[in-house]
Design a binder for this molecule. Structure first.
Ligand code: GLC
Length: 429
C-alpha cells in the first residue's frame, strides 16, 4: 500500500472508531473509552481535525473522579462483549461509570503538542479549561500513588500501568491471594487468539485486586495502604515526570503561574526518586515492589523512557544506548516490550515482547531530545515498517513483524499519522 493509501486508511480507522466525540481502541475487543488510547488518538486527530482532537481529551476528562483520578476505562454505555464491566468494578467516584484506577498520564504532553500545532485563541481557551483538571489529576498521582514521597509512582493494578501482563508484574502478582472472585467468563479470548493474551491465573489475580479495592470502596488512601499490589513503575513514573514538565510549560503559556511551585516540587521529587528504580547491576531503570522493596531484573521498553522524562545524564543515557544496540543486534524490529535476552520474553504475547507503536513514539521523542537523532529515527523507521507490513494492528512481533492482537487499532493509526509515516525527506532520499 502506498503512503497516501495508508494515510487514508489510518484516518478512516479513527473516524470509524469514533463514537461521537470519543474513540474506542478497536471495535469488539475494547468497546469503551480508554484513557491513554484517547490521548494518543487526539494526537492523530490533530493531523486533520483539530476540533475533534480537543474533543477527545475533553470527553476523557468528563469522567474525572471527585478526588482527581481519571479512570482507565469510561463505560459510557453497556457492552456485554467486554469483561470486566462496571458491575465488577463497583465504583462510585465520578459522573460516568468507570473502572477504579487510572492509566499513564500522557494528557499534559499531548495538550502541549496541540497548542504547538495550533495556538489560536480558541485552542488556548480549550487548554485553559483543561489545565486545572490535569493539574488535579497529577496531584492525585502524587498523593495516592506516591504516599510516602519516594518520588516514584506506583500502580495498584497491572492494568494501571497500561502494560498489562509485563513480566515485571509477575512476582508481585504471585503474592496476590486469589480471593473474592465470582465465577466469570473472559471475553478477550473470544476476540483474539488466547496464545497472545494473559493466562487464566493472571486473570484471577487481576480480579482479586479489583475485589480488594472494592472492599475499601476505592477510597484512594485506603487503596494505597492496603492494596495487595503496589509496585513502582518506571513507565508511569517517567510519563508523569515528562507530563509535569509539559504542565509546567503550559502553566507558563496560560498564565497559571500560581501552580508552578507545586509542579516544580513534583518534578524535583521524581527526578531524585527515579534513582530508586535504577538497577545497578543491569544498568537500567526497573520496577520495584513497594510492599517488599524488591526490584525486578529485566530491561523493559519503559527503561528507555528515561530520556523522555528528561533524565539524560551520561550515566543513564550511555548504558541505555548500549542496551538499545544490544537489543537491536538480537531482533529485527525495535523496541520489544521486554528484553529478548530475558527468560520471560515471548515475542507474540502482548506485553511480554511485542512492539507497540505509541511506546516507540515516546521513546523516540526522548532520544531525539537527548541529542540522539540516529536511534530516534531507527525507532520511527521500524514502526513505519511494521505498519507497512502488518497494517494497523494492536502490536507486532519484534522478530517477524507479524501483526497481533486487535486490528484496525486507533492508537496505531494515530501514531502513524502523527509521527511514524515516512516524511517527504525520506521519500526524496
Ligand atoms: C490493553 C493495553 C492497554 C490499552 C488497552 C486498550 O489493555 O494493555 O494499554 O490501553 O488495551 O487499547
Amino acid at each position: 500500500m502506498s503512503q497516501t493509501e495508508l494515510d487514508k486508511v489510518a484516518r478512516k480507522i479513527l473516524t470509524d472508531n469514533d463514537q461521537g466525540g470519543y474513540t474506542v481502541p478497536t471495535k469488539g475487543l475494547y468497546p469503551y473509552q480508554w484513557n491513554w488510547d484517547s490521548v494518543f488518538v487526539a494526537r492523530g486527530f490533530a493531523t486533520f481535525d483539530t476540533d475533534r482532537a480537543w474533543r477527545e481529551i475533553e470527553l476523557l476528562f468528563e469522567g474525572q473522579w471527585r478526588d482527581g483520578m481519571v479512570p482507565h476505562i469510561l463505560f459510557r454505555k453497556d457492552d456485554p462483549s467486554y469483561f470486566p464491566g462496571p458491575s465488577v468494578w463497583g465504583t462510585d467516584g465520578g459522573p460516568i461509570p468507570s473502572s477504579g484506577h487510572s492509566q499513564p498520564p500522557v494528557a499534559a504532553t499531548i495538550v502541549r503538542d496541540l497548542l504547538e500545532l495550533d495556538a489560536s485563541d480558541a485552542a488556548l481557551d480549550r487548554a485553559k479549561l483543561l489545565f486545572p483538571k490535569i493539574l488535579q489529576w497529577h496531584r492525585w498521582f502524587m498523593a495516592y500513588r506516591d504516599p510516602d514521597n519516594l518520588g516514584v509512582i506506583a500502580v495498584i493494578h497491572p492494568w494501571e500501568s497500561g502494560r498489562d501482563n509485563l513480566p515485571d508484574w509477575d512476582d508481585a502478582l504471585r503474592d496476590v491471594e486469589i480471593k473474592d472472585v465470582a465465577p466469570y467468563e473472559r471475553k478477550d479470548t473470544s476476540h483474539v487468539d488466547p496464545a497472545m493474551r494473559p493466562h487464566k491465573e493472571d486473570y484471577d489475580r487481576y480480579l482479586s485486586i479489583v475485589a480488594a479495592c472494592r472492599k475499601v470502596a476505592w477510597d484512594p488512601e485506603k487503596v494505597a495502604r492496603t492494596c495487595p499490589f503496589f509496585v513502582a513503575d518506571p513507565g508511569i513514573t517517567f510519563i508523569l515526570l515528562r507530563a509535569c514538565r509539559d504542565l509546567l510549560a503550559l502553566a507558563d503559556r496560560l498564565g497559571e503561574t500560581a501552580a508552578q511551585p507545586e509542579i516544580e516540587g513534583w518534578i524535583s521529587r521524581m527526578e531524585t526518586g527515579a534513582a530508586r528504580l535504577w538497577n545497578a547491576e543491569l544498568k537500567a531503570h526497573v520496577a520495584m515492589n513497594l510492599r517488599t522493596g524488591k526490584q525486578t531484573d529485566g530491561v523493559s521498553s519503559a527503561s528507555f523512557l528515561a530520556p523522555y522524562a528528561g533524565l539524560t545524564d551520561p550515566e543513564v543515557l550511555k548504558p541505555l544506548q548500549e542496551h538499545f544496540d544490544r537489543i537491536s543486534a538480537k531482533i529485527r524490529y525495535l523496541m520489544p516490550s521486554y528484553d529478548p535476552e530475558h527468560q520471560a520474553y515471548e515475542h507474540l504475547r502482548y506485553w511480554r515482547g511485542p512492539v507497540w507503536a505509541m511506546v516507540n513514539f515516546m521513546i523516540a521523542r526522548g532520544f531525539a531530545e537527548a541529542g540522539d537523532p540516529g536511534r530516534s529515527d531507527r525507532l520511527r523507521r521500524d514502526t513505519a515498517a511494521l505498519i507497512q507490513t502488518g497494517g494497523f494492528a494492536e502490536y507486532f512481533s519484534p522478530e517477524t513483524a507479524e501483526a497481533a492482537g486487535g486490528g484496525s487499532f486507533s492508537w496505531t493509526a494515530a501514531i502513524w499519522l502523527a509521527w511514524a509515516r515516512p516524511s517527504q525527506a525520506d521519500q526524496a532520499a
